[in-house]
Design a protein around this ligand. Structure first.
Ligand code: 0L1
Ligand code: MG
Length: 253
């Protein structure tokens, strides 16, 4: 499979839609198969991620709904750990909010208010890495490419009941101690909790599972910034704390 080989070799490819015509439903099926291949090599699912949760990004792509991707334990970097740049095509990083589910959610159960089973919330960083050249893709392309999911870090978890209102928390993204981007959790669908509901809805539509412990990456609070070797990146969400990683695996830029 082209996308799997591109991710494994860290060599980007031409958009699939430049050669093939396929629907959004087909794209989610390609995504499922792509992640199944990772899992067949020993990885396992850890959660889901939302994309296009900011109005600006959705408008830029000409879409009016979020997209959903799958994240795995193999994509997880420990807080303060190192990301090996050599494993990615052209990675970018964005500050997010992560939620963790305390029990299994059946996405088909429309009577369940998923907020009632969120057990914890944390500041997070998501590394996105399109497997397409120049980060250029259509909606179908990016869904097939597992919504550019590449790596993620979660910071300290706060019990959801003690986290307070998350609607408009300040978010900063620092690179080597310098502020690179600032934003608000309000950039995530107006309220990051909406992403949790959206994740349940998308999981229902596209057949994703949500076992206990599922991590939901809610979406970016600022624009993504490119990663360069040797840099330290830290995201802070007011009231939730900070999360960071170091970028290794290449000559300094
Ligand atoms: O996590 C995201 O918001 C990324 C969604 C996919 C689009 C992109 O790669 O920029
Ligand atoms: Mg993201």
């Amino acid at each position: 499979m082209l996308l799997d080989a591109a991710a494994e070799a860290a060599v980007p490819i031409a958009q699939l839609t430049s050669e093939y015509t396929f629907s959004l439903e087909d794209a989610y099926e390609i995504q499922r198969e792509l992640v199944a291949r990772r899992c067949a090599r020993g990885d396992s699912l850890s959660g889901v991620k939302l994309g296009f949760t900011s109005r600006a990004k959705a408008q830029q792509m000409g879409v009016d709904d979020v997209i959903v991707g799958r994240i795995t334990h193999g994509m997880r970097i420990v807080d303060g750990g190192e990301l090996d740049l050599a494993r990615y095509c052209h990675p970018r990083i964005e500050p997010e909010v992560a939620f963790r589910l305390g029990v299994e959610v059946d996405p088909q159960d429309e009577t369940l208010d998923v907020e009632t089973v969120v057990e914890a919330v944390a500041p997070a960083l998501e590394v996105i890495d399109s497997r397409y050249r120049d980060f250029r893709f259509t909606l179908e392309d990016v869904v097939a490419d597992n919504t550019s999911a590449a790596a993620y870090v979660t910071g300290p978890w706060t019990a959801y009941g003690r986290a307070g209102d998350l609607a408009n928390r300040g978010v900063t993204l620092e690179v080597d101690g310098e502020v690179a981007e600032t934003g608000s959790t309000a950039a995530i669908l107006g309220h990051p909790l909406r992403a949790v509901h959206a994740a349940q809805r998308m999981a229902r539509t596209y057949g994703l599972s949500m076992p206990a412990g599922t991590v939901i990456l809610a979406g970016a609070a600022t624009a993504a910034v490119p990663l360069r070797p040797g840099r330290c990146v830290e995201a802070t969400v007011t009231g939730l704390g900070s999360v960071g990683l170091r970028v290794g695996g290449g000559a300094d830029a």
